[in-house]
Design a protein around this ligand. Structure first.
Ligand SMILES: C[S@@+](CC[C@H](N)C(=O)[O-])C[C@H]1O[C@@H](n2cnc3c(N)ncnc32)[C@H](O)[C@@H]1O
Length: 237
């Protein structure tokens, strides 16, 4: 089964405690204020958790994702425009004032796809526009998720998450048992997240034409060796 198909219906229920969308959005709003932003693209928007906050703040938002199931959930949350598109081929009808890609979207790209993706984002931005995104850090993917198994057992749904660490990526095998009437229906999905060093990201951003790169942890915090989420804020020159 494709990634983010069966998971879509339970994604919001199982969102992890380390995803503080309210605090992340404050960081984005502060940046937006500096650039007089009115239009934003939320790349790999998933079920629209950040899209919803951006729309509530008054921005015109386009949410882009390649999973129709995730977009279907997002569409019920807010009145943004949602587009099913591969982010590597991002093509918006008109250029926007800001791009964001929150909660691991960039980890779904192989290292040799980073530069092409960043170039694509650049083409869809107005001059001077900001692009803010995060990645799960190498520390998180190698040391926390690694070769580990996680589970979450609830009344109506059970999630099993088995990881396999390779030098360049982590494969996640996700099994979901969801109660439907008197039976539990099983679904399986495979995801792969790629490990990107901060330097490889900076190099790809610079090669793509982005400048003024600011790195923080978790949307504005100080970076440490055990930071699990790294945030990049850069601008189109
Ligand atoms: C961890 S989820 C994050 C979703 C959302 N941004 C959030 O904060 O909840 C990653 C998302 O990336 C999307 N995705 C992965 N590869 C993609 C691609 N090549 N093009 C567009 N979306 C992609 C998945 O469908 C999924 O919705």
């Amino acid at each position: 089964m494709n990634s983010y198909s069966a998971l879509a219906n339970i994604y919001d229920t199982f969102s992890h405690n380390d995803c503080d969308y309210e605090s992340w959005s404050q960081y984005l709003f502060d940046i937006a204020k500096m650039g007089k932003v009115t239009s934003v693209v939320d790349i790999a928007c998933g079920t629209g958790k950040m899209t919803q906050l951006l729309a509530k703040q008054g921005f015109r938002v386009v949410g882009v994702d390649n999973s129709p199931q995730m977009l279907a959930v997002a569409g019920q949350k807010c009145r943004a425009v949602f587009v099913q598109q591969d982010m590597k081929k991002l093509a918006l009808p008109s250029r926007v004032d800001m791009a964001v890609c929150v909660n691991d979207g960039v980890n779904y790209l192989k290292s040799n796809q980073l530069q092409g993706f960043f170039c694509q984002v650049l083409q869809n931005l107005k001059t001077g526009a900001s692009f803010v995104f995060d990645v799960s850090s190498p520390y998180k993917l190698q040391q926390i998720l690694g070769n580990n198994v996680f589970y979450d057992d609830r009344e109506d749904v059970t999630l099993l998450w088995t990881n396999k660490l390779s030098p360049t990526h982590v494969d996640f095998s996700i099994t979901i048992f969801q109660k439907q009437g008197d039976v539990y229906v099983r679904s399986d999905e495979q995801h792969t997240q790629y490990i990107h060093t901060p330097q490889s990201i900076v190099d790809a951003l610079v090669q793509s034409g982005f400048c003024d790169i600011v790195q923080t942890a978790d949307y504005g915090k100080q970076i440490s060796p055990t930071s699990q989420r790294l945030t990049f804020w850069c601008k189109k020159a």
